[in-house]
Each structure stands twice: as structure tokens, then as C-alpha cells.
Design a protein around this ligand. Structure first.
Ligand code: ZN
Length: 99
């Protein structure tokens, strides 16, 4: 198993938030550009109406105006959605993205 610091560096260097969210949020409307965008249905609460969940395709930050879930990057997203610790989330991302 690779050291956490190395995995973290790889996650940050190789997983672009825009690619990550396209893969993790199938309901996210197709869109161009970067910065804050409509993320489609919120994965943190039982969301039936898209419109309150936003993701930042540049930084990976996310925010839901409906349930209040928020985080600063894609690692925080995985931690909160899957109930993982920081090292576990980094490991999961490295494994899933073949880093
Ligand atoms: Zn929500």
C-alpha cells in the first residue's frame, strides 16, 4: 500500500474535479466551463428536485442549499457520502481512479 502522503498527492494531481463529478453525479446536467455549477440531485439527502446542489468543477467544493451539506474538495465529498475517514477516502479514490 502506498503511503498516504503519496496517494494524496496523486489524487490532487490526477483527478480533475470536473471528471470526478461527471462520473459520481450521473444526474448532473452537461455543462461547459468551470467554477460553481448545478450538481443535479444532492447525494446527501433524499433529493427529488434538482436545483439546490452545487459543485465547483474547479476546486471540487460542494454545497447543498437544502440540507446544508458542504465540503471543500472531492475527498470531503467521498468522506461524507461514504462515511469514511480522510485516509480511507484518499485510498478509495486512488484505487478507483487507478493511481
Ligand atoms: Zn442536500
Amino acid at each position: 500500500m502506498k503511503a498516504l502522503a503519496q496517494s494524496l498527492q496523486n489524487v490532487k494531481a490526477y483527478i480533475r474535479p470536473v471528471d470526478f463529478y461527471r462520473s459520481e453525479l450521473p444526474a448532473m446536467p452537461p455543462q461547459r466551463g468551470s467554477g460553481w455549477r448545478d450538481g443535479g440531485l444532492c447525494p446527501f439527502h433524499l433529493d427529488k428536485h434538482a436545483g439546490s446542489f452545487r459543485v465547483n468543477l474547479e476546486t471540487g467544493a460542494f454545497l447543498c442549499f437544502s440540507c446544508g451539506s458542504k465540503g471543500g474538495d472531492i475527498i470531503a465529498f467521498i468522506q461524507q457520502r461514504d462515511g469514511l475517514s480522510f485516509p480511507e477516502a484518499v485510498q478509495k479514490l486512488s484505487n478507483e481512479w487507478g493511481l
